[in-house]
Design a protein around this ligand. Sequence first.
Ligand code: FE2
Length: 290
Amino acid sequence: MDESMTANMFTPQALVAMGQAYPNEAVRLTHTMLDHPLLGLDALEALASSLPAACVEYNPGALPIGIAPEDIPVSPLGIAETVRTIDRNGSWMVIKRIEQHPAYGRLLHALLDELKDIVQPRTGAMERCEGFVFVTSPGSVTPFHFDPEHNILLQIRGSKTMTVFPADDEELIDPTVHEAFHLGGHHRNLPWQDEFGARGQPVEIHPGEAIYVPVKAPHWVQNGPEVSISLSVTWRSEWSVAEADARAFNHVLRQIGIAPRRPAAYPARNLAKSLAYRAVRRVKGPVAPT
Ligand SMILES: [Fe+2]
């Protein structure tokens, strides 16, 4: 890849906005990644075909905002056919862990390097940096869910509206759901109630725009009227990993009849609970969700 393709991919304004928002606020950003040769449909079809089958997930797109994981219908199409007919097959497809491909790995790390000076002083080292590409049919819906990573979704083609909710609203997400999620016992899709709608902030993004989504900020996505291609760059941080450990430790406390306090909000680091959970795990092995 030519060097000029990986310089200043976030605009100076994006770095200022990220500096004001990180890590807890969702914010719209701008980027310069339009027409990137690695992000056209042909290149993405080749990428999807080159990765292990488990790294490509495709779903029918005509879903309600809230859906139980077991109710998601299975797509009958293969990878190449899904990509080639994405304008009319009503699907959304995720290519996961794109950094396994060297050129995409370089792209991911070049993007994240531009953010290091903002991220590391606040939430510690960036860990488990992973990239995902979403290829989506017109009008598709990605149901209400949350993710364990810091995430920036960069819009490359088409548009989408992401409605983002506060990560710390326990009326939206019960603490026990957080705990089960970190122990592997809860699917990322979350129970939806129509009265949640008003608490979300809809952010529409077009090519050249992006959105930063805080760790575990619930969201759902409505695709615009054209085919959409989005690149998601994600990372964990020392802070987010400690918060996840603290949630898992709270589960242990609940099992022995103690009602735990929620993990402390940023900038607290939850180090005591994190260390306690790591000690439990060393002694007892992985803790199972109940
Ligand atoms: Fe997500």
